[in-house]
Ligand binder design. Structure first.
Ligand code: BES
Ligand code: MN
Ligand code: ZN
Length: 498
């Protein structure tokens, strides 16, 4: 689907071709390679900068068409801001910003990856290439024609000219894997719900086998045998049968307990009998963003051969109203044996996760469990679209997630848990009920999940505000963000591969 631009790394001696992209700092200073190229243009960039009031601010752009003295059709100068402030994540953003200046019609471009005062480290040039990959993405599978101003995948040949390209190439290997994981997650979230129903989702996950991932698909009868009645109850009103997929990547020590990632995969959420209003309902095709992230992450870990054992498990259902649909008032017995009274059939994600969390915990005794879910509208009210909600029973795991969030720009914000909130989900008839009312709605949802993880270190990421329809950025102009893949890949590489 996502056709990648062709990225090539070339030494500083290479001759530029196509659109030329250079970097300058906030003093309008260029690196030595860029200065050499600009030599024949005299004071062109200074004059253009003054005319356009371009100050070299981070990720700002100065564009000069048909620059006198150069053979290139366009010169794009990307501002770095202050070089000393540049972090890994800034380079990803710079790659995205530079890419934003190449339309889908551009055939070729050359980026000179040098900066005033020394060469960027190989890892930073690889970050730049990651940003290029992420920005080049557009989901256009169902467009048979396109208006000029509509986003389209950028397929240009991108030449990145840099020092020490052998080292750059090596660092790019893992970025390439992560980019592939993010784009896979975006594709899954963007797909329409008539195409991506649970069985089809399972088939897509099954493709991870070619990366060396072990994939098991559980059908309805297998889940019945396991007693996963909470998950099955959600899917029982749908024409599409439910599935659970368990993926395993074993790149670590033979007997090391795995890290476990669990995703909510509600392929479409109508709300069920407690049906949602019509306005914006089409967005509920994205209610499987948690599961999409888990699949993207597992692909990334396998492709970059991460030295870690990881399990990815996703619960795939469609929440529909129908003669066979679950009712408010129903009581389901979860795989753990605990019973849940259904108050609102629209609080379905927690029911799916309750069974998958318990299953993973019991079967794998993982080192930790992290689940991702577009779980509540309440988390959007609390945090908007810039942070995912983080709920956890483990401070060390939380701190690592917070750090990985800052490092990747996929930010999380810790929210409280506590026994006081538990009272809100007490039920008259069962062990608990599936909603705790409007107040603290994201917290009471997390509180229910906590009852299915025992003492295992666990974190729940509520990505309702960040998985889709999140703010446009230099590295994403589409609807689905692929949120979580970069965050969790970073969590793993920074802490669990030693
Ligand atoms: N999938 C929704 C949450 C959601 C809302 C995700 C908006 C993304 C954007 C979830 O299943 C849901 O419907 N939650 C209800 C829970 C309520 C009935 C207790 C909600 O948030 O309103
Ligand atoms: Mn719902
Ligand atoms: Zn939902």
């Amino acid at each position: 689907m996502s056709i990648a631009p062709k990225i090539e790394f070339l030494p500083l001696t290479a001759t530029p071709a196509g659109v030329l992209i250079l970097f300058c700092d906030d003093q309008l200073k260029f690196g030595p390679a860029a200065r050499a190229i600009l030599e024949p243009t005299g004071d062109l960039t200074e004059r253009a900068a003054a005319a356009a009031q371009f100050k070299g601010k981070n990720a700002s752009i100065l564009e000069i068409v048909a620059p006198a003295g150069l053979a290139c059709p366009r010169l794009v100068v990307v501002g770095l801001g202050k070089v000393k402030d540049l972090k890994s994540e800034s380079w990803v953003k710079l790659g995205g910003a530079a890419m934003g200046k190449l339309g889908s019609a551009t055939a070729e471009a050359t980026i000179i990856a040098d900066i005033p005062g020394g060469e960027p480290k190989p890892g930073r040039v690889a970050d730049l290439a990651l940003g290029i990959r992420l920005r080049a993405y557009a989901f256009d599978r169902y467009k048979t024609k396109r208006k000029d101003d509509e986003p389209a995948p950028i397929q240009a040949k991108i030449r990145i000219v840099a020092a020490n390209i052998a080292a750059v190439q090596k660092s790019y290997g893992s970025r390439d894997a992560v980019a592939g994981g993010v784009l896979l997650a975006r594709d899954l979230v963007n797909e329409p719900p008539n195409v991506l129903f649970p069985e089809e989702f399972a088939r897509r996950a099954n493709k991870l086998k070619k990366f060396g991932v072990t994939v098991e698909v559980f059908d309805v009868s297998a889940m019945k045998k396991l007693g996963m009645n909470a998950l099955l109850g959600v899917g029982q009103g749908s024409q599409f049968p439910s599935r659970m997929v368990v993926m395993r990547w074993n790149g670590g020590k033979k007997d090391a307990p795995p890290l476990a990632f669990i995703g909510k995969g509600v392929c479409f959420d109508t709300g069920g009998i407690s049906i949602k209003p019509a306005s914006g309902l089409e967005d509920m095709k994205g209610d499987m963003a948690g599961a999409a992230c888990v699949v993207g992450l597992m692909q990334a870990l396998a492709q970059r051969k991460a030295k870690v054992n990881a399990v990815g498990a996703i619960g795939l259902v469609e929440n529909m109203p129908d003669g066979n649909a679950q009712r408010p008032g129903d009581i389901v017995t979860t795989m753990s044996g605990q019973t849940i009274e259904i108050i609102n059939t629209d609080a379905e994600g927690r029911l799916v996760l309750a069974d998958v969390l318990h299953y993973v915990n019991k079967r794998f005794s993982p080192k930790f469990m992290i689940n991702l879910a577009t779980l509540t509208g309440a988390i959007i009210v609390a945090l908007g679209h810039e942070h995912a909600g983080l709920f956890s029973n483990d401070d060390a795991l939380s701190d690592r997630l917070l750090k990985a969030g800052l490092a990747t720009g996929e930010k999380v914000w810790r929210m409280p848990l506590g026994p006081e909130y538990d009272k809100k989900i007490d039920s008259k008839f069962a062990d608990m009920k599936n909603t705790g009312g409007r107040d603290g709605g994201a917290i009471t949802a997390a509180q229910l999940l906590a009852r299915f993880v025992d003492k295992t270190p666990w974190a729940h990421l509520d990505i309702a505000g960040t998985g889709f329809a999140s703010p446009q950025s230099d590295i994403n102009k589409g609807w689905a963000s692929g949120f979580g893949v970069r965050l969790l890949d970073r969590l793993v590489s920074d802490n669990y591969e030693k």
